[in-house]
Design a protein. Sequence first.
Length: 63
Amino acid sequence: MDAAKDNATEMMDKAAQDAKDAAATMDSTVSATTDSMKQSMDNATDAAKDAVKKADDAAKAAH
């Protein structure tokens, strides 16, 4: 009986550890994805600002 109980406890401990590992993996994946999305947004914002500046410069040159 004790062996079965120990075995069940061991399996539950392993399942809990697997769940923690999976959560940690998801955290790092989400973090990396968020950083990547932020970088993309920053790049798009910079490109938009640059385009506005070029259009503004062109408008000034045309006057």
